[in-house]
Design a protein around this ligand. Sequence first.
Ligand SMILES: [Zn+2]
Length: 195
Amino acid sequence: MKNHTTPQYLNDLIPEQTQPRYNLRNTSDIPLIHCRTQLYTNSYLPSTIREWNRLPENHRNAPSVTAFKARVNQNATKSSPLYNVGSREGQILHTRLRLSCSSLNLDLYRRSIVDTHNCTCGAVESVSHFLLYCTNFDIHRQRYLANLPCPPIADNLLNGNERLTFEQNKYIFLQDSKIYTINQTFLIFRYAQYC
Ligand SMILES: [Zn+2]
């Protein structure tokens, strides 16, 4: 939008830069949009303009979208190869749990999709509750998480344990994704209902 590679009606949404009276360091910044509510402050355009203004000049002046992406991603850390372990379905559910955008009630409640963050068992349905404590899944837990090479805490299940070898972590992730796969009917039902 800033570099006019999108339709004009989108380009027009970007506030116009005025010529500064003095030679300031941030003369190439896009003027911030005045927001009265937090909701609007966090919406796409105001938040993206703030992010854009934080970028180095070299990134902002990239000649193409491809060059821009390459410059932005040049220092990005690569995601753990563990996230590619297991079935595609398990990877997707795993990622959603890891990024707090799952169909568990606490995540849905935070997104104002449901009225309660409670599980059917009465406790708050957080990721750690679902993986470690919910009585609805005691049988799956005993079967798949009883013999892990590290304590079955949520961080180990979602991100692996740096003290373990890749193969040991892979084992954890495979056991882990089995729980997701077994419970996928439950999860998919939730997604179908709310998304
Ligand atoms: Zn529960």
